[in-house]
Design a protein around this ligand. Structure first.
Ligand code: HEC
Ligand code: HEC
Ligand code: HEC
Ligand code: HEC
Ligand code: HEC
Length: 213
């Protein structure tokens, strides 16, 4: 939205940021919008142990973590088609709680999921840059696998981002544990983090243009 040149020089630019930051859609901990379908992470990611990437399959490839299309839900929740074939599994395919899903699959209109986390447009964020450097989902989203309704767990403020960029070691984990929200290091987190930092060459930046470009 706003270009980076003159970030520090341009009082107008900083003014615009401050103005935007006070707009009502900014983030807050506990933000928990009601969704069009009562989809539960506690059930699907917690009890059924589906990996986050089964649904958010761009999270380690792109800046944006995709929200799954209805067809992904249909892998399990579709009923039999006109010929009586069930695509993969047929779980609760008649449930009234899934009426919006059935309609979405039939009409091919996507489900209007409400965004939970939403940084201001003047902040640049990239999921893959974090996930492929050993920063797990839990660091920024908390125990989503225990939430029936997703709610914002961290402030996602500039201080929150910078605290980790300045001192990432205690927050780093092996790459195969980034979606394992329950994982805790057996020894000291800082020691594990130091090893991962060295092995992956992790050096988060703190200059303004990293996040405001
Ligand atoms: C079966 C599919 C599925 C799985 C598995 C899944 N999610 Fe989701 N996730 C969704 C859907 C659908 C939404 C949008 C509706 C909502 O917010 O509940 C969502 C929303 C989210 C959001 C909020 C996005 C926003 O708008 O800010 C986060 C964060 C999230 N998921 C994290 C995770 C994590 C972490 C895991 C693994 C522990 C995971 N998800 C596993 C389907 C899934
Ligand atoms: C890998 C299979 C699988 C996928 C994919 C899946 N689900 Fe489910 N879902 C289940 C199972 C299994 C249950 C039922 C668990 C039970 O009976 O207690 C369930 C239950 C539900 C329920 C509760 C239904 C009721 O009547 O209680 C809703 C709502 C739901 N899922 C929505 C979704 C949505 C939306 C998606 C896609 C974002 C999705 N599911 C993807 C397996 C899946
Ligand atoms: C370093 C912090 C951080 C980590 C780690 C992280 N996220 Fe996010 N996530 C965010 C922020 C910040 C947003 C809001 C982005 C925006 O509004 O531009 C977000 C948004 C999302 C969204 C909504 C779609 C989007 O990209 O805006 C989903 C889904 C999501 N995260 C899932 C995950 C999953 C799954 C993982 C782990 C594999 C994960 N996140 C790891 C900070 C993080
Ligand atoms: C828990 C630790 C942690 C938190 C919290 C965190 N980051 Fe990061 N960030 C990292 C690490 C580690 C890297 C990867 C550095 C590297 O590639 O060497 C990174 C990289 C980035 C990059 C990529 C830089 C580039 O040049 O590719 C951006 C952009 C970024 N972070 C923005 C944010 C924003 C915005 C927030 C807050 C919403 C945030 N980060 C919160 C640890 C964190
Ligand atoms: C690691 C990412 C990151 C870096 C580096 C960063 N910022 Fe930010 N900045 C953010 C995020 C995230 C927000 C949004 C905070 C919110 O909405 O609560 C923000 C908000 C702001 C705001 C709006 C007012 C406020 O504090 O909420 C200003 C002004 C700002 N940044 C200036 C700077 C300057 C100047 C630098 C360099 C010294 C810088 N930022 C470096 C992530 C970063």
């Amino acid at each position: 939205m706003l270009a980076i040149p003159g970030l520090l020089a341009g009082g107008a630019y900083l003014g615009a940021i401050v103005f935007a930051a006070t707009a009502p859609e900014t983030l807050y901990v506990g933000h928990e919008p009601k969704q069009p379908i009562p989809f539960s992470h506690k059930l699907h990611a917690g009890r059924l142990k589906l990996d986050c990437r089964y649904c958010h399959n761009t999270v380690d490839k792109a800046a944006f973590a995709s929200i799954p299309p209805s067809a992904t839900c249909g892998n399990c929740h579709s009923g039999a088609d006109a010929k009586g074939n069930v695509p993969y599994a047929s779980v609760r395919s008649e449930s009234p709680l899934l009426a919006v899903l059935r309609q979405s699959i039939a009409t091919q209109d996507s489900i209007p999921w409400k965004k939970v986390h939403d940084l201001p447009d003047y902040v640049y964020f990239d999921h893959s840059a974090h996930v492929n450097r050993g920063v797990g989902c839990v660091s920024c989203h908390g125990r989503v696998d225990r939430m029936d309704i997703v709610r914002q767990d961290k402030t996602l403020s500039m201080t929150f981002c910078l605290d980790c960029h300045r001192n990432p070691e205690p927050h780093l984990r092996p790459l195969d544990k980034v979606t394992d929200l329950a994982w805790v290091p057996e020894t000291s987190a800082t020691k594990v983090g130091q090893e991962i930092k060295a092995a992956l060459g992790v050096h988060p930046k703190t200059n303004c243009s990293t996040c405001h470009r």
